[in-house]
Write a protein that binds this ligand. Structure first.
Ligand SMILES: Cc1ncc(COP(=O)(O)O)c(C=O)c1O
Length: 336
């Protein structure tokens, strides 16, 4: 029986996602690099959020909700996937877009994920502060209260860490899926590398791996906050998850590893070096990374290889968490 079998879930994702070898990059860097294609989970351009939504919406269905509410950046993949899921399931959806990135660019505000959210006809609200998770959640809860007064049945998917980590269950399931694929392919991984933002993916993968008996390191690459703060966040989420799954949390806190070298200058903005990684992966493997999450996490992977933390001759699985539509919000990547 799988770890998450008894928990409510709605089928949304194309699974299992492919596990592919990056032949050219492996030859370049002396490490066997494998990529778990969670950018291809279906549901209007896919990504890691689709797996997470299966469990959030599982709860929404248990509560008989008729409208979903959530919050995220203007180019949020989570917001785009939530709207797509609501449309697929015939639910109403209200989203709140936060000004997290100081960009005046027309493309940033209207293309990529923002375009898709408009296309699907979501009700859109704006939240002018970019760095106030509790404030953003409180605005959602107020809106939910208003909807309740109108006789609606809202379900809120919050942003802050102070809620039951339903979404992280999607990556507990993904850890089991990945281990099964590795077994079928006779692939021993020496490390996993994944983007660490809200921490649902990182905490889910780590907790799922440990609960399945794997002690392989899971390196979280920070995309939202520095390594110290992110470590605390992943620990809190992993502990809550272990409790939810009723599994042993021994050693889990010490197993949380975060690196923040690729984060700077900050959320949604790339350094030149991260931009070079985005181009390098596109040109060597025909794979698109996005500027906010996956270019950074892949850059983190290459940095760990260069530093010898991931050793020459070893094998690593990189989780491609998606974000593909956001690339169109940064047309300057290919101009000039
Ligand atoms: C493409 C992509 N990758 C990674 C992340 C980070 O995942 P998590 O929020 O589960 O830490 C996000 C979060 O928005 C994302 O959209």
């Amino acid at each position: 029986m799988a770890l998450t079998d008894s928990l409510p879930q709605v089928a949304l994702a194309h699974k299992p996602t492919a596990l592919e070898h990056l032949r050219n990059i492996s030859a370049d860097c002396g490490v066997d690099v494998w990529i778990k294609r969670d950018d291809c989970t279906g549901l209007l351009f896919g990504g890691n959020k689709v797996r997470q939504l299966e469990y959030y919406i599982g709860q929404a269905v248990v509560e008989n909700a008729d409208v979903l509410l959530t919050t995220g950046a203007v180019q949020s993949n989570h917001v785009r996937c939530t709207v797509a899921a609501a449309r697929k399931l015939g639910m109403d959806v209200e989203v709140q877009l936060e000004n997290r990135v100081a960009s005046e660019s027309q493309a940033y505000h209207n293309s990529g994920n923002a375009f898709l959210v408009h296309l699907m006809g979501a009700t859109i609200h704006h939240f002018s502060v970019g760095d106030d998770e509790n404030g953003a959640d409180n605005a959602l809860y107020e809106r939910a209260d208003n909807l309740r007064r109108q006789g609606r049945r809202p379900y809120v998917i919050p942003l802050s860490n102070a809620h039951t980590p339903w979404g992280a269950l999607g990556y507990v399931e993904a850890a089991e899926e990945l281990l099964q694929q590795q077994q079928q392919m006779d692939l021993n991984a020496d490390a996993y590398v994944v983007a660490s933002g809200s921490a649902s993916t990182h905490a889910g993968l780590l907790t799922g791996m440990r609960a399945s008996g794997s002690q392989v390191p899971v390196y979280g690459i920070c995309v939202r906050r520095d390594a110290d703060s992110q470590t605390g966040r992943v620990r809190t989420k992993s502990a809550a998850l272990a409790e939810l799954l009723e599994c042993d949390s021994h050693g889990l806190a010490d197993a949380v590893i975060c690196y923040d070298d690729a984060l700077w200058p900050g959320y949604g903005v790339m350094s030149d070096a991260v931009g070079e990684t985005l181009h390098y992966v596109a040109r060597s493997e025909g794979i698109a990374l996005d500027p906010t999450y996956t270019a950074k996490s892949f850059h983190g992977l290459l940095t760990l290889i260069k530093a010898g933390v991931i050793e020459q001759g070893s094998s690593v699985v990189y989780i491609h968490t998606g974000g593909t539509p956001a690339i169109f919000a940064y047309p300057e990547l290919v101009s000039g």
